[in-house]
Ligand binder design. Structure first.
Ligand code: ADP
Length: 191
């Protein structure tokens, strides 16, 4: 099994790259952001709760997010591996993921951070907001708050996964295909 974690600030290109990696390595793609948006669309209890955080550019609480992730993994146990996009985003989530995967005799193969500067990301997100309709992409204050959340809560995962020898990073600047190529070279080198 190959289990990849893609992380990076909002707008770094996680979703875009996950779509390519998913077909290249035949992985099942789980995006917690997409799952939350699906729940919001369906006006489920989880969706209503998640929306109150997402609208402010804040992370959804760990317990809710972790449970949702576990359900998504359990529902798709018959796959060659997973690509986790936007999860884990906190140390508590990373620890919960390790425990949960080991219970299933699975583990993280590698984590890859897509790196790009804030100003480039703000521009990308504002552009995405014009067509995606995502309210969290239409307001610079909300966007900047997501960066603050990232720096405070997600950036420490670099230390967490480096300690496990599983942290890698790739530049998220450049053409989509070029970045995919760099990711593939990195992942192939690890397999
Ligand atoms: P982006 O990376 O552009 O912020 P996502 O679709 O990954 O987009 O996430 C959108 C929002 O969903 C986040 O700002 C956050 O509120 C919520 N979210 C997604 N994944 C998580 C997570 N693992 N933990 C907590 N909140 C999350």
């Amino acid at each position: 099994m190959i289990n990849l974690v893609l992380f990076g600030k909002p707008g770094a290109g996680k979703g875009t790259q996950a779509a390519f990696l998913k077909s290249k390595y035949q992985l099942f793609h789980i995006s917690t952001g997409d799952l939350f948006r699906y729940h919001i669309q369906g006006s489920t209890k989880l969706g209503i709760l998640a929306k109150s955080y997402m609208d402010n550019g804040e992370l959804v609480p760990d317990d809710v997010t972790i449970n949702m992730l576990k359900v998504a993994v359990a529902e798709n146990s018959d796959v060659k591996g997973f690509i986790f996009d936007g999860f884990p985003r906190t140390t508590a989530q990373a620890k919960a993921l390790d425990v949960f995967l080991s219970e299933k005799l699975m583990s993280i193969t590698a984590t890859v951070a897509l790196e790009a500067e804030d100003d480039v990301l703000v521009e990308r997100l504002i552009n995405r907001g014009k067509t995606s309709g995502r309210s969290d992409d239409q307001n610079e204050t909300k966007i900047r708050n997501r960066f603050v959340e990232y720096n405070n809560k997600t950036a420490p995962l670099k230390t967490f996964y480096t300690a496990q020898g599983k942290f890698h990073s790739v530049s998220g600047i450049g053409g989509v295909e070029e970045i995919t190529q760099h990711l593939i070279e990195l992942i192939d080198g690890l397999l």
